[in-house]
Ligand binder design. Sequence first.
Ligand code: CMP
Length: 139
Amino acid sequence: FCGGFRAAHVSIAKTVSKQLINDAIMNNDFLKKLEPQHMREMVDCMYEKVYGEGQLVIQEGQPGNHLYVLAEGLLEVIQHGKLLGEMRPGTAFGELAILYNCKRTATVKAVSQSHIWALDRQTFQTIMMQTTQARHQEY
Ligand code: CMP
């Protein structure tokens, strides 16, 4: 789904992080309802991004193009200018705009330098479609 190139270059960081990403997905009320096969493909297609202190990962009100899992660092969630809470490593976020096609419900900002796994909306949709098609072909 995300191509053999990326798969052939799976980093050591990714190998170490797979468990963390899996746990983060399972801890998310919305993502944990996905099928195990979907989750495995999502984990395989995620790539790492680094955000500097103060950088915005998500902006409230914008369309959403990625789903994320925080691997390292600290994030804060802000809505209408108010601090809603903090996110620590092992947290999946940005799922609402991807799953429900809504605008970003909150701003997410890096409090310190943060390492974040990202999945493109397009890749997410391809994963969902291809496995559904494969299942239809069984019948
Ligand atoms: P999304 O709306 O795509 O983008 C902003 C993300 O912040 C949202 O998905 C959730 O993952 C997360 N989020 C929204 N509201 C809260 C909240 N009250 N506490 C923690 N995280 C939140």
